[in-house]
Every structure is written in structure tokens, then in C-alpha cells.
Design a protein around this ligand. Sequence first.
Ligand code: NAI
Ligand code: MG
Length: 355
Amino acid sequence: KKLTIGLIPGDGIGKEVIPAGQQVLQALPSKYGLTFDFMNLKAGFEEFKNTGVALPDETVQTLKTKCDGALFGAVSSPTHKVKGYSSPIVALRKKMGLYANVRPVKWVQGQGIPVDMVIVRENTEDLYIKEERIFNRNGEKVAEAIKRISEKASWKIGKIALEIALRRQKVREQTSDSIHKSASLTVVHKSNVLSVSDGLFRETISNLYKQDLAKYGSVEYKEQIVDSMVYKMFREPQIFDVVVAPNLYGDILSDGAAALVGSLGLVASANVGDNFVIGEPTHGSAPDIQGKGIANPIATIRSTAMMLEFMGYPEPAAQIMAAVDANLKENKITTPDLGGKSSTTDVVEDVLRRL
Ligand code: NAI
Ligand code: MG
């Protein structure tokens, strides 16, 4: 089967790591019967500076009409407000209906603390709807932002999280390569304070679980308040399997979880919708190492595997993940963020050889 993949490198090291994803796909063994076409697409701050548009319509239209999946590198977003600019990945998630951001964090056996968890972050609402306003109250500036949680979005994110938990359980039964004996889902919330909004999130997922115990009963259901979640995640991350959270908590937790495995350059993600998936390394454009040829390509390679997995091709995805694990386990050909001396290209070549 021929798959058309959109490549959106973006800014900075995005341009240096996206080719790694492309090379890995091209190197897949022929036994999977997959061939690939690639389409290079534009987005990012540089694009904005050149044309005044951060996410060209053409990029969105091409993804919608011509692509089966896509890889997104990273974009540079200024922290101060730039007139007319807003983050293209946030817009893209919205326009493509990618309601889930899925971020696995997995240790390399024998190195560091054991952790093998997936954070499933709701991607469409919560505080990130950006309904903010600023006004004057008694001569003083006051700003406020709306936190919106819907039953529908909570239900959808709960469902995909439970399905991921079941799928991980199945893979574990075949490989026994995991620190978990059984599957669990942890719902993160702060409904002791935000009983209405986070309360709806928590209750919706709890009901979804209880309504279909025949299907989900093998997954243990747990809840965790977000602040103690942070504490536990750093103290004993091995107790978490699949974690589901509203947008803002999920954003923070998933970056925090990345610290458990040594480098942002290792952490992959997938933006998943009902009909489309975009693989995306969680790191940014890393201006401090841009142009040096030392960006770690592993987050992108893993994101490429996740893209395939969510497109319905778990076997080649697993083979890519295994090649990466083997490279990490040997711990010889690694980029400087992991204490090594190798370049981006060296690491890509090592992974390709193992594939
Ligand atoms: P960053 O993720 O770009 O960098 C943080 C640190 O991690 C830096 O020291 C960097 O060198 C290192 N790092 C990141 N990826 C690496 C890799 N693959 N290999 C080796 N080292 C790596 O985050 P930062 O510095 O906060 O943001 C830089 C720019 O990226 C900003 O403009 C920010 O808005 C943007 N950004 C974009 C994201 C996206 O496109 N989804 C996500 C996060 C930040
Ligand atoms: Mg983030």
C-alpha cells in the first residue's frame, strides 16, 4: 500500500530531525508492503516572517485532501505577543480535529528510574480555548481566561485513553517487555477545587468506564489530584501506566515526565483524531543547538512509529521502536544531550542499520 505523508519541518532543529522520520519510513523492510510518498509542507515562525502567515491554507488543504498522515517538527513561538501570529501546531490540531495528544515516556531497561507510562492529553479545550480578556476594575487591570470542559470531549479522550490501555496490555502479553503486570488508567483532575469543570471531566470518564466493564474491566481505574500526581510521578513513576488529563495539566505533566528519561530529545508524541494523525517530537525548535548537527533525532523517529501505529500499522511501528531501544541500550552512538559525541546523522544511520 502506498501512503502519502506530509512533512512539516517548521523552524530550528525541526528541519534537522524531520528527515530522520522520512529516512526511517523509507528503510522499512518490504515485508510490510508499505511504500511512501512525501509532501513537504510549510508552517512556522520563519514562514510567518516571510509571508505573514504561520500556517498557510495550502498546508491544511494538502493534509486534508492528499495525505494519510503527517510529521511535524517544531516551531519557534515568541513568548511576547506578535501581532497576527499564533502557534501553527495549536491551529493545526484544531483544524484537523486532533483531539488527543498522546505522549509515551519509557525508560531504557537498566538505565535510570523505571518508567513506562503514556500521558493522554485532551487537546481541544480547557484553558487553551484562549478566551481571555483584560479589563479595568476600579482603575486596576484584571485579566481572566475561561476554562471550558465539555462532556463530549471528556468522553472522547477517556475512550481513546482506555483503548490505549487495552492495546498496551495486549502488546505486553506478547513481549513481556514492561514493568507493568496489568493495565491501569489514572484520571488526573483538581475537582476538589474545580468541582464543576474538572468534576465533569472526572465523572464523564468514570461513567464511561463503569458503563462498559465488559470491555474495560481488565483496566484498573484510578484517580489522582493533579498536584499530588506531580509528586507521585517523580517519586514512583513506575506505578503509572496510562494517564489521562485535561489540556493544561496534561501539557505540564507530559513535559515533566520527559525529565524522567533524561532528555526531551527522546520524547515522542502523536496528535490523534478520528481520521488523521500527526507525529510530533515534544521538544521545541532548540535555538541553542540549531545548525550544529547534534539534535537528537530519536523523539522524531519514535513519533514516526507512533504515527504508523495510530494509522493502523502496529508491526512496522514496533520494529522501529525496537531499533531505537537497541540503540539506546547499547548507549554508544548517542547525541550530546545524552552524554554522547555522535551527530544526528550518526544516530539515524545506527537506527537504520538496526532496522
Ligand atoms: P526546546 O524544547 O526547544 O529546548 C529545551 C532544551 O532542550 C534546549 O536546551 C535544547 O537544546 C534541548 N533539546 C530540545 N530538543 C532536543 C533534541 N532533539 N536534541 C537535543 N537537545 C534538545 O524548548 P525551549 O528552549 O523552551 O523553546 C525553544 C523554542 O521552541 C521556543 O520558540 C518555543 O516556543 C518553541 N517550542 C515549540 C514547540 C512545538 O513546536 N511544539 C514545543 C516547545 C517549544
Ligand atoms: Mg508543551
